[in-house]
Design a protein around this ligand. Structure first.
Ligand code: HEM
Length: 538
C-alpha cells in the first residue's frame, strides 16, 4: 500500500508549540493575544488619522513587508513532492549505506526545476531541468542533486559564475528570459567548446520535457561507493521514470508557455492528487575504482562525458514513489536546501573539479537565501536521524541547547565523549592517496576532447529527432544578433557533423564553414559502439 504522507516537518503531523493552526475559533496576533478585528486600523475617530500606537497594524504590515526571501541564484522555479524510496537491496554489496539495504524504506522530498528562469517564469521553456532528491535516511540526510541531462556545460566550477552570467538575461535590458535571442549564451558555449555536449542535449527534445514525471535524472559526476568490507567502486547515478521519457514538440512548448505557464507544476500536483503516483527506479552504472579513475578510455572525473550504457549497464537499486503534494509551497518547496555534500556512510565523492566547487557553493548560497546558518532546522530540511552537534546560536536558532560546555570532549556536561568505535557508523572519507604533484591551474589532457561524444549523441538520434535538433539550433541562432557568434557556433556544429552544420547554416541563410569539419578520433570505447546507445523509455 501507499506509505503515509510525510508532513512538512518530515516527522509526521506537526504538533506542540510549533503548530500554526489556521482553523482556530478566534484570530490572534503573533504573541497569541486574541484580536477582535483585523480589518480596521486604529484611528482617532472613524474619519480621523491612523494612530502610530496601532501595534497590530504595524505587526501585520511589517510582517508582510518581509515575506519575500531571495530566489535561488539558479533553479529558482521549481515544483516538489514527498514520497518514499524502497530499496531492492541490490546495492547492499557495493555500499554500506543503510538506505540501500534490502527492504529499507526511506522518506524522500524531490524538487524539480528549470535552471535559468526566475521564480515566476514559464515551465515549458527550452532548458535543463533540475532533479534534486533528499533522502531522510536513518544515518542522516543524503541529497542526490542532479539534472535531467547526464552531462554539464563546464568541467571546472570556477567557470560556473561565468556560464550562469552568460545564460541569464542580458544585464542591460534583462531580456531574453528564455534561451532564444541569447547572444551571451551562444557566445559562451562557442568560446568554451566543452559546453558543446550539454548544449546539444538542450537543443534535442530532452530540452523540452513533456512532464517532470517523464524525465530521467542523472547525478552526472562520478561518485565512490564504499562497501561494508571497505571495498570501493565508482558509480554514476540514474533515475529512470516508469512512465518512460517523453518530450513536448517545440510548438506545444511555445503555446503552453502562453496558455499555461504552470503546465509542469500543475501536471505533477494533479497526478499526485489523483493518486497516479509517479515512480522512478534508482540505478547505478558501476565502474572499477582504479587509480586512473578512467573507464574504457573515458575520464570519469570529466562531467561533460557519459559512460554509454552498453559499456556499463544501469543496475537497479530501488524504487521511488512520489505520493504527497507539499502542504505549503514556501515552507517546503521554497525553503528546501539541497547540497551535494550531504552524504551518508557508504557514499563518497570523487575529485571531479566541478563537484568540488559545488561542495562549497550550496551551503554558501543558502546562508544568504535562508537568512543565516540555521536552515537545517527548517522542518523540510530536518534530518530524521538524531542530531548531536556543537553548532550554536546564530540567526533563526530554534533550539534551546542545555549544558555549559558546547565542545567535545568536555568533562563538565557529561555524556557523549568521542567514544571508541564511533567510526563504525560514521561518515569517514575514503582515504584515497593524493598524487604528488605541482600546484597548477590547468585541465588534464583527458578533458580536451569536446566533440566525440556530441557526435555520438547526434548519430544516435532518429531522423525526426535530428530534424528537431536542426530546427532548434536554427531557431535559437536565428534570434542571435551577433554574426561572429553565429559563425563560431557553426564551426562547433561542423565539428559534430557536416550535415547538421550545413542544414543549420542553410536555415540561417549563411554559408556553411568550409574545410572545418574535423573528424575527431572517438575514444576506443565509443568507436566500438555503432551508431546508437539506448536511452530509457525510447
Ligand atoms: C541549485 C544541479 C552545478 C551552484 C541547483 C539545483 C539543482 C542543481 C538540481 C536546484 C536544487 C533545488 O531544487 O533546490 C546541479 C548540477 C550541476 C550543478 C546537476 C552539475 C553537475 C553547479 C555548480 C555550482 C552550482 C558547478 C557552483 C559552483 C548552485 C547554486 C544553487 C544550485 C548556488 C542554488 C542552491 C540554493 O539556493 O539552494 N543545482 N548544479 N551548481 N546550484 Fe547547481
Amino acid at each position: 500500500g501507499a506509505p503515509a504522507p510525510v508532513s512538512a516537518t518530515g516527522r509526521g503531523p506537526q504538533d506542540g508549540a510549533a503548530a500554526r493552526s489556521q482553523d482556530g475559533a478566534y484570530l490572534t496576533n503573533a504573541q497569541g493575544t486574541r484580536l477582535p478585528d483585523s480589518d480596521h486600523s486604529l484611528k482617532a475617530g472613524p474619519r480621523g488619522p491612523v494612530l502610530l500606537q496601532d501595534h497590530h497594524l504595524r505587526e501585520k504590515i511589517t510582517h508582510f513587508d518581509h515575506e519575500r526571501i531571495p530566489e535561488r541564484v539558479v533553479h529558482a522555479r521549481g515544483a516538489a513532492a514527498h514520497g518514499v524510496f524502497e530499496s531492492y537491496g541490490a546495492g547492499a554489496g557495493i555500499s554500506r549505506a543503510a538506505f540501500l539495504a534490502a527492504g529499507a524504506r526511506t522518506p524522500v522530498f524531490v524538487r524539480f526545476s528549470t535552471v535559468l528562469g526566475s521564480r515566476g517564469s514559464a515551465d515549458t521553456v527550452r532548458d535543463t531541468r533540475g532533479f534534486a532528491t533528499k533522502f531522510y535516511t536513518d544515518e542522516g540526510v543524503f541529497d542526490l542533486v542532479g539534472n535531467n541531462i547526464p552531462v554539464f556545460f563546464i568541467q571546472d566550477a570556477i567557470k560556473f559564475p561565468d556560464v550562469v552570467h552568460a545564460a541569464k538575461p542580458h544585464p542591460d535590458r534583462e531580456i531574453p528570459q528564455a534561451q532564444s535571442a541569447h547572444d551571451t549564451f551562444w557566445d559562451f558555449v562557442s568560446l568554451h567548446t566543452e559546453a558543446t555536449h550539454h548544449t546539444l542535449w538542450n537543443m534535442s527534445d530532452r530540452g523540452i520535457p513533456r512532464s517532470y514525471r517523464m524525465m530521467e535524472g542523472f547525478g552526472i559526476h562520478t561518485f565512490r561507493l564504499v562497501a561494508a568490507d571497505g571495498s570501493t567502486c565508482l558509480v554514476k547515478w540514474h533515475w529512470k521514470p516508469k512512465l518512460g521519457v517523453h518530450s513536448l514538440t517545440w510548438d506545444e512548448a511555445q503555446q503552453l508557455g502562453g496558455l499555461d505557464p504552470d503546465f509542469h507544476r500543475r501536471d505533477l500536483a494533479d497526478a499526485i492528487e489523483a493518486g497516479a503516483f509517479p515512480q522512478w527506479e534508482l540505478g547505478v552504472q558501476v565502474m572499477p575504482d582504479t587509480p586512473e579513475q578512467t573507464f574504457e578510455g573515458i575520464d570519469l572525473l570529466d562531467p561533460t562525458k557519459i559512460v554509454p550504457e552498453e559499456l556499463a549497464p544501469v543496475r537497479p537499486l530501488g524504487l521511488m514513489t512520489l505520493n504527497a503534494n507539499p502542504t505549503n509551497f514556501f515552507a517546503e518547496t521554497e525553503q528546501v536546501a539541497f547540497h551535494p555534500g550531504h552524504l551518508v556512510p557508504g557514499i563518497d565523492i570523487t575529485d571531479d573539479p566541478l563537484l568540488s566547487g559545488r561542495l562549497f557553493s550550496y551551503l554558501d548560497t543558502q546562508i544568504t537565501r535562508l537568512g543565516g546558518p540555521n536552515f537545517a532546522q527548517i522542518p523540510v530540511n530536518r534530518t530524521h536521524a538524531p542530531v548531536n552537534d556543537m553548532l550554536r546560536d546564530g540567526f533563526h536558532q530554534d533550539a534551546v541547547h542545555p549544558g555549559v560546555a558546547p565542545y567535545k570532549p568536555n568533562s563538565l556536561d557529561g555524556g557523549c565523549p568521542f567514544f571508541a568505535g564511533a567510526e563504525e557508523h560514521a561518515f569517514v572519507e575514503h582515504p584515497l592517496p593524493v598524487a604528488e604533484s605541482k600546484k597548477v591551474r590547468e585541465s588534464p589532457a583527458s578533458f580536451a576532447d569536446h566533440f566525440s561524444q556530441p557526435r555520438q549523441f547526434w548519430l544516435s538520434m532518429t531522423p525526426v529527432e535530428q530534424e528537431h535538433i536542426i530546427a532548434a539550433y536554427t531557431f535559437e541562432l536565428g534570434k542571435c544578433r551577433e554574426p561572429a557568434v553565429r559563425e563560431r557556433t557553426l564551426l562547433a556544429l561542423a565539428r559534430i557533423d557536416a550535415r547538421l552544420c550545413a542544414q543549420v547554416a542553410d536555415g540561417l541563410g549563411l554559408p556553411a564553414p568550409e574545410g572545418e569539419t574535423v573528424e575527431v578520433d572517438p575514444s576506443p570505447a565509443l568507436s566500438q559502439l555503432g551508431a546508437r546507445w539506448p536511452v530509457a523509455g525510447r
